[in-house]
Ligand binder design. Structure first.
Ligand code: MG
Length: 382
């Protein structure tokens, strides 16, 4: 089998999530937004897909020449070749683009072999318990605007079946943010509402200093939290060593720092985190994410996968001991998370009443794509 074409289709849809001036998502009035579909086509008629965009210049100048005429089953070789090209193309060939290509190749392999990706990876389970992952705090009446609002929303999530709850608290440009004391007040309100046994996590503002992070960690210890993630800039690994040394509360990371599996290996050996972190988009695909899962397991550490979606779910279902939870969200009292995306037949992460998210048994990554929807809303093809 050979790759004969790689294309991007960009299409419009109506979104009810808007971005604030710092890029955080919040509920918003319906407005036009864009999505892209990457397609890898082969000479045998099998195609692989993934969702996300890349500039035409990167597709035509870097990605396509490297993929054309290759056997699509050589995912490792293709991923390594793209990774090497990053050195001279750091500004354009991001890990997100590597992820986009890698996921389309895994999807293609699954479709060609008529198997879901998690079984190609070596299946361990078919469903994973979720935690409710909130949007960042806001200043909307009835939204996530007070500690009490978080507490009320946590109760709603438990009612829905979620066994665990993670707060993303207030970040700029929300007035008064960041404020570590207000973050603690929200965590305390949630703990009081849900009782002592529900696992809780915090993801606060990401640029606190050492003192504020230590204060947060010590307060969360008193509240019996399960972990805290990314309270400081992750480029300062020594700050995380300093923090983790002083806390019993597990620190989960790194999430966004560059360096793929290499950065995770450094964090593990430095003692900068207690729980390893990473998602498909952060690391550059399924291929490196599964390496990090095995790395964590080899060190006897947990690994919590960052972000939701079908791709992360497939990897979680191929992980044994390390990954406990699926991150489901981002959730908000105003957002209907259960509605499928208009270009897909079904929601990617259906959750039962006991809080388990079930992986699709369809071939590949499981997407039933409405190509009619894509065609009817097409903006650009290249
Ligand atoms: Mg996070």
């Amino acid at each position: 089998m050979k790759i004969i074409d790689v294309t991007v289709r960009t299409f419009r849809y109506v979104s009810k999530v808007g971005r604030d001036s710092e890029g955080h998502g919040h509920p918003a009035p319906p407005h036009e937004a864009r999505q892209s579909l990457l397609t890898v086509a082969t000479d045998e008629g099998v195609e692989g897909y993934s969702f996300g965009g890349l500039p035409q210049s990167v597709l035509e100048g870097l990605v396509k020449p490297l993929l054309l005429d290759q056997d699509p089953f050589y995912r490792e070789r293709i991923w390594q070749a793209l990774k090497e090209r990053q050195r001279l193309n750091l500004g354009t060939l991001s890990d997100k683009i590597l992820a986009l290509v890698d996921c389309a190749l895994w999807d293609l392999a699954g479709r060609a072999l008529d198997q879901p990706v998690y079984k190609l990876l070596g299946a361990y389970r078919d469903c994973v318990p979720a935690y409710a992952s909130t949007m960042c705090g806001d200043d909307l009446d009835g939204g996530l605007n007070t500690p009490e609002a978080y507490a009320e929303f946590a109760l709603w999530c438990l009612e829905r079946g979620y066994p665990a709850f993670k707060l993303h608290t207030w970040q700029p440009p929300i007035p008064g943010a960041p404020d570590a004391r207000r973050d603690v007040a929200a965590c305390a309100a949630v703990r009081e509402a849900v009782g002592p046994d529900v696992p809780l996590m915090l993801d606060p503002y990401h640029y606190y200093g050492r003192e504020a992070s230590l204060y947060l960690g010590r307060e969360l210890e008193k509240l019996g939290f399960l972990w805290m993630e990314e309270p400081m800039d992750e480029h300062s690994m020594s700050s995380y060593v300093w923090l983790a040394d002083q806390l019993d509360l597990p620190i989960c990371g790194p999430e966004t720092v560059e360096g793929k599996m290499h950065a995770r290996a450094e964090w593990i050996t430095a003692g900068a985190a207690d729980i390893v972190r990473g998602g498909v988009g952060d690391l550059g695909g399924i291929t490196p994410l599964i390496k990090v899962a095995h790395l964590a397991e080899a060190f006897g550490m947990s690994m919590e996968v960052h972000g939701g979606g079908a791709v992360n779910l497939h990897v979680l279902c191929a992980m044994g001991m390390p990954g406990k939870y699926y991150e489901r969200g981002l959730l908000h009292p105003f957002v209907d998370y259960e509605a499928p995306k208009p270009w897909l037949a079904e929601i990617e992460d259906p959750m039962d009443e006991n809080g388990y998210v079930h992986v699709s048994q369809n071939p590949g990554l499981g997407w039933e794509i409405s190509f009619d929807y894509v065609a009817d809303n097409l903006i650009a093809v290249y």
